[in-house]
Write a new protein. Structure first.
Length: 122
């Protein structure tokens, strides 16, 4: 997931979620992240512009998915109307993500509780 933060030394005008420069050059090339990439929540109030503009800009910058979380129906419709069918490299990343889901270990609640207790005890 990208963030709606501004790294002025990388892109002085555009937050990461909307920056083709950062997504392409830094996230994909320098870091080498090959997984499915989604924007941060487009409805959180951190970005300017209409929901349509935010959606188009996030996807145009290289996010595979546009995240919308507030549950406002009119905004959800606006986001959906500005998303295209996932295809190409984005679709391949999506399929790779799905195939990796079965390879994870089950979540151990007791172990997690123990680790949290250890951290809090420090």
């Amino acid at each position: 997931m990208t963030a709606h933060i501004l790294f002025t030394n990388l892109d002085s005008e555009t937050p990461v979620s909307l920056s083709a420069k950062i997504i392409s050059r830094v996230i994909r090339d320098e870091i080498g992240f090959e997984g499915l990439l989604m924007s941060d929540d487009l409805s959180m109030g951190a970005l300017s512009g209409s929901m349509s503009e935010r959606t188009k800009n996030a996807l145009g910058a290289g996010c595979d998915l546009a995240l919308h979380c507030n549950g406002g129906l009119l905004e959800m419709i606006e986001v959906a109307e500005n998303c295209s069918v996932l295809e190409g490299e984005g679709l391949m990343r999506y399929r790779a993500m799905l195939s990796s889901l079965g390879n994870s270990e089950p979540f151990d609640v007791d172990k997690a509780g123990y680790l949290i207790d250890q951290v809090l005890a420090q």
